[in-house]
Design a protein around this ligand. Sequence first.
Ligand code: PRT
Ligand code: ZN
Length: 223
Amino acid sequence: MNDGRERLRIAVQKSGRLSEASLDLLRRAGLAFRASRDKLFLYGENLPVDVLLVRDDDIPGLLVEGSCELGMVGRNVLDEQRLAGDTATTPTRLLDLGFGGCRLAIAVPDGSAIDVPRDLGGLRIATSYPALLADWLRTQGIEAEVVLLTGSVEIAPRLGKAHAICDLVSSGATLAANQLHEIATVMHSQAVLASSPRPRSAAATQMLERLVARIAGALSGAG
Ligand code: PRT
Ligand code: ZN
């Protein structure tokens, strides 16, 4: 709505852990939509709202630049990009959505001499969330080396790349399968509804508030 669009855009993960629950919530909020031919967005049939289907990592950026007014994304992704970002403006977290629950945790190999966080001093920790980890290390007063890995973080200790890892955990099965165990929680996360920091017209703001109220209503079971 910053570029003269007359419809709101909400960004949702295209294919992943949050996709189904995000679309289900929008349906429960009363939105009916049909897929575009290229499957890149869903056209809202009963409200002036379209759903953009993207990678979760792209959602904070789309909100910052104003390409989308709203987004559903893991709090871990939102906070990582806020801490790592060089933009003064960041998306606003509006609602916790109650799905996608997990924690960002520090884990170490079973049998390792690392028992408590302060044992990490001077060691290497592999993660896909370098800014969240660095922030936590600072608050804990621990000086450790952050090793950035974009995937398969759980095998880093076995490869000799790191002494510990900092990764998302839900059931704990992945850690157990890799003979790792948790020693600390960096953050708790779940999917959140976030909005663009870009200013909008009064009409757009009103439309957005109405949609957010519908989503909040659906969450509380009133939708
Ligand atoms: O393609 P795209 O970039 O959009 O997807 P993605 O692969 O980056 O993300 P996806 O779909 O894996 O996760 C999307 C969001 O789901 C994350 O950003 C979290 O907010 C949330 N979420 C909830 C999780 C998990 N639970 C989770 N368990 N994301 C990842 N995991 C992974 C974790 O990294 C580890 O590999 O699952 C494994 C651990 O699971 P357990 O059950 O064995 O503990
Ligand atoms: Zn991703």
